[in-house]
Design a protein around this ligand. Structure first.
Ligand SMILES: Nc1ncnc2c1ncn2[C@@H]1O[C@H](COP(=O)(O)OP(=O)(O)OP(=O)(O)O)[C@@H](O)[C@H]1O
Ligand SMILES: [Mg+2]
Length: 457
C-alpha cells in the first residue's frame, strides 16, 4: 500500500431520486416502501493511483467525475466498495463547496485552513502568502457571496495550495479563472508534482490534461472505461462525445474491450494490432497516421446566425485532390469549401474563414478580399462555392472552422451570414510527437552544440 496514494475497489454510488419532493417526506414518515428511483452515478470503479502520479480524469458532463472525487475526499460515502487514501488531501472541488458565503474572504481562509487541518497560528503565518496568491485586494474583507466566480476560485486555490498536501485534487474549478491566474495555478501544480505530490485533475481541456498529467482515466456513465496515457484517453473521449447516440454504445464497447497491460510502469490500453506492434519493440501507433474521413466526427455545436440575405451551406474539408477528410496530417495542404446562396442582392461582399481551438480561441483565418476591395455586388439567386486552401501548421489536436460572409448594409460592413463551428478536423499525431506542445507547428528543429567543441572548417 505504501506506494499507492489512492486505491478504490469495486466502488459504486447509488443516489436516490424522487419524482416529487413529497415522496422523500413520505418515505421518511412511512418507512418500508421506497418511493425513490435508484440512480447509479458510479458503478464498480477500480482504480489505483500510485504516489507521485498526476492523473487526469475526463468524461462528459454527468459522467460521475465529481462524485468520484467527493468519495475520495469523503464528503460522500459510497454505496459499496472500499477506498484507501494514503496521505493528506487538499482539494479544490467544484465552486460552492467548502466556503461559507456569509463569511469574509479572511474568515473563510481561517475556516477552511482549519478544515484542512492547519493550526490557527500556521494559518496566521501563511495568511500574507495566501492573500498574495489570491490577489483579490480589498475583497478579502468582503463576504464571499459578493465575489465573482473568478475571485472565488482564486481564494479557494490559494488556500488549497497552502496546506502542503500529499494529494492535491482539482475539480475543473480553474476554468473560471482568467488566463494569467490559470497559468499561475498550473505553475504551482507542476511544482507540487515535482515535489512528488499525487495529483487528481478533472478537466475538459485536452491541452491541460495532456500538459499536466502522466496518465488519465476516462469515466463514462459512471464506469471506468479506460486508464491510459492522457493522449489515448483524450482521443477516445473525443471519439465518444462526437459519436451519434446509436453508435455510442459500440464505441464504448470497443474502448472497454481495449487490452490493459503494463509497460514501463504506465498502464496502457492497446488494440490487438497495437499490441503486436508494440511487442515488436516499436512504440508508435500505426493506425493513427492515415488521413481519413470519420463520419461520426462532425461538430455538434454548429451555430447558424440569422441570415441577412445569403446562406452558407455544406462546409467541408478535402485534400488538394478533392478527397473529403476530417482526420488530417501536419505539414500538408487542404481545402476548406462551403457553398453560398444569395437570397438578395448584396454589395461589398467578402467571404471569410477562421480556424479555432476547442476552447474557441481563434488561431487564424482569412478573407477572400481586403476590406478596401470587396466584390462590388452579387445578385439575388446567385449560387457560389467558396474555397480556401490552407497549410496545416497545427500540432495534433481537434480544431473547428467558422465560415462567414461579409457585406455592406446601410453603409457599414456586417455579417450577412455566419456559421460558427461549421466544420471540424483532427490533426493526427505522428511518431515522436510527444516532444511537441501548443497549437502551432513552427517546424522547430533542435540542435545541441557543445561550447568546447572544435568546429571543423
Ligand atoms: N446528490 C445527488 N443526488 C442525485 N443525483 C446526483 C447527486 N449528485 C450527483 N448526481 C448525479 O450523478 C451523476 C454524476 O454527477 P457528477 O457531478 O459526478 O458528474 P460530473 O462527471 O462531475 O459532471 P460535470 O462534468 O458536469 O461536472 C449525474 O447524473 C448527477 O445528476
Ligand atoms: Mg463535475
Amino acid at each position: 500500500m505504501s506506494e499507492i496514494a489512492i486505491s478504490l475497489k469495486n466502488v459504486s454510488k447509488c443516489f436516490k431520486r424522487y419524482a416529487r419532493p413529497v415522496d422523500r417526506l413520505k418515505e421518511l414518515l412511512l418507512p418500508g416502501k421506497s418511493r425513490a428511483d435508484e440512480f447509479w452515478a458510479l458503478r464498480d470503479i477500480n482504480l489505483e493511483v500510485p504516489k507521485g502520479q498526476a492523473l487526469g480524469i475526463v468524461g462528459r458532463n454527468g459522467s460521475g467525475k465529481s462524485t468520484l472525487l467527493q468519495i475520495i475526499v469523503k464528503t460522500i460515502t459510497p454505496t459499496t466498495g472500499e477506498i484507501r487514501v494514503n496521505g493528506r488531501i487538499s482539494a479544490l472541488l467544484e465552486l460552492g463547496s467548502g466556503f461559507n458565503p456569509e463569511f469574509t474572504g479572511r474568515q473563510n481562509v481561517f475556516f477552511n485552513g482549519r478544515l484542512l487541518g492547519l493550526e490557527r497560528k500556521d494559518i496566521e503565518a501563511k495568511f500574507d502568502e495566501i492573500a498574495g496568491f489570491a490577489d483579490i485586494s480589498d475583497f478579502m474583507e468582503q463576504p464571499v457571496k459578493t465575489y465573482s466566480s473568478g475571485m472565488f476560485v482564486r481564494l479557494a486555490f490559494a488556500v488549497a495550495i497552502s496546506v502542503e498536501p500529499d494529494i492535491f485534487i482539482v475539480d475543473e474549478a480553474l476554468a473560471v479563472g482568467d488566463e494569467a491566474f490559470q497559468r499561475k495555478c498550473f505553475g504551482r501544480i507542476q511544482a507540487l508534482q515535482e515535489r512528488g505530490v499525487t495529483i487528481l485533475f478533472v478537466s475538459h481541456s485536452a491541452p491541460s490534461v495532456i500538459g499536466l498529467c502522466s496518465s488519465a482515466v476516462l469515466i463514462d456513465k459512471g464506469e471506468n472505461l479506460l486508464v491510459s496515457t492522457p493522449k489515448k484517453v483524450i482521443s477516445n473521449y473525443q471519439k465518444l462525445i462526437y459519436a451519434p447516440v446509436d453508435e455510442a454504445e459500440k464505441i464504448r464497447e470497443k474502448i472497454r474491450n481495449g487490452r490493459h497491460f503494463i509497460k514501463n510502469d504506465i498502464v496502457l490500453e492497446a488494440s490487438q494490432e497495437e499490441l503486436e506492434y508494440l511487442n515488436s519493440s516499436q512504440t508508435k501507433a500505426v493506425d493513427d497516421f492515415h488521413e481519413t474521413y470519420d463520419p461520426n466526427f462532425i461538430p455538434k455545436s454548429t451555430l447558424s446566425y440569422v441570415s441577412c440575405g445569403a446562406l452558407i451551406e455544406k462546409p467541408y474539408v478535402t485534400t488538394i485532390e478533392g478527397r473529403r477528410v476530417n482526420v488530417i496530417k501536419r505539414r500538408k495542404e487542404y481545402i476548406y469549401t462551403y457553398s453560398v446562396k444569395f437570397l438578395k442582392k448584396i454589395h461589398g461582399v467578402r467571404f471569410g474563414m477562421v480556424i479555432k481551438t476547442i476552447e474557441g480561441f481563434e488561431l487564424g483565418g482569412a478573407a477572400s478580399h481586403s476590406i478596401d476591395n470587396p466584390i462590388e455586388y452579387i445578385d439575388q439567386g446567385k449560387e457560389l462555392q467558396v474555397k480556401f486552401r490552407f497549410y496545416c501548421s497545427l500540432q495534433p489536436g481537434v480544431y473547428f472552422l467558422n465560415a462567414g460572409i461579409l457585406g455592406r448594409l446601410n453603409h457599414s460592413e456586417v455579417f450577412i451570414h455566419r456559421l460558427v463551428d461549421a466544420a471540424m478536423f483532427r490533426v493526427q499525431p505522428e511518431e515522436s510527437d510527444t516532444s511537441r506542445s501548443g497549437y502551432v507547428d513552427f517546424c522547430v528543429e533542435s540542435q545541441i552544440l557543445s561550447f568546447n567543441c572544435v568546429m571543423e572548417e
